[in-house]
Write a new protein. Structure first.
Length: 257
């Protein structure tokens, strides 16, 4: 059984007829998986999961996700249809598994329902990708996300990304490039394509760090990643420049310009 089949078998085994549909999003539908890409799956349900179901999902995913299982990391998001249709912002996420939280899950933590602004981005990717794993096409069960909410969700994650700049440099730089692209174009592009868009608009001094992040994304797993001291020095000035561009576009959107 391949990894996607295992994920679907797990969610259907735990949630049964409460599952309306399951959908790929992220790199799988935006340009293709890269060496370090997660397998991103959205599951839409008829009701909230209970504590027992959430524990069962976590337990199953710990055995499906990540390098210790000779597999890609899995990011599984469960959302209740009535929480996002009709659309309202910020939406509530019912369940989230991500490999970056493995240590907490192994220690007994069980994810709980909580407001999740970034669901606006995730649902937009699922709608754009239009790749059901089971159930109807996503447009039949999900409302489109207004551009203003997509902007709000994109910028809401910036403080958390900045916190991870030193430890997750490649991903943070590429995510900032994608936020900038989304605010400017209204589209969510693959990370390498967003980097290409941003590189065309960056001053020469701010290009090398993003060029390096883009190449790492295309070629390397995270454990193979390396940064020279010269590139490290340029990371923060690059980020400051990109965030200034993002802020300019955010203000324009807020003002309706």
């Amino acid at each position: 059984m391949d990894q996607l089949q295992a994920i679907i078998a797990l969610t259907e085994g735990v949630l049964g007829r409460e599952v309306i549909g399951a959908y790929l999003h992220g790199s799988s539908v935006l340009g293709g998986l890269r060496p370090a890409s997660d397998v991103d799956v959205l599951v839409v349900t008829r009701r909230r999961t209970n504590e027992e179901e959430r524990r069962a999902l976590v337990g199953g995913l710990l055995g499906i996700s990540g390098s210790r299982n000779n597999a890609r990391p899995v990011e599984l998001t469960v959302v209740v249809q009535s929480e996002v249709r009709p659309w309202r912002y910020p939406p509530v996420g019912d369940f989230l598994y991500g490999e970056w939280l493995r240590a907490e899950y192994e220690a007994g933590k069980v994810p709980q329902p909580e407001p999740a602004p970034d669901l606006a981005v995730l649902l937009s990717m699922a709608l754009t990708g239009d790749h059901p794993l089971n159930g109807p096409p996503p447009a039949q069960i999900l409302d489109p996300v207004p551009h203003g909410d997509l902007v709000g969700a994109s910028v809401a994650g910036i403080p958390g990304l900045l916190d991870g700049l030193d430890d997750d440099t490649r991903n943070v730089l590429l995510t900032f490039a994608r936020i900038w692209t989304t605010l400017a174009t209204g589209r969510i592009l693959p990370k390498d394509a967003a980097a290409d868009w941003a590189l065309d608009r960056l001053p020469p001094a701010h290009r090398p760090v993003l060029e390096h992040a883009r190449q790492l994304y295309l070629d390397c797993r995270y454990e193979e990643e390396s940064w020279s001291e010269a590139l490290r020095v340029g990371v923060r000035p690059h980020v400051d420049h990109v965030l200034a561009e993002i802020d300019r576009l955010r203000i324009r959107t807020r003002e309706g310009g």
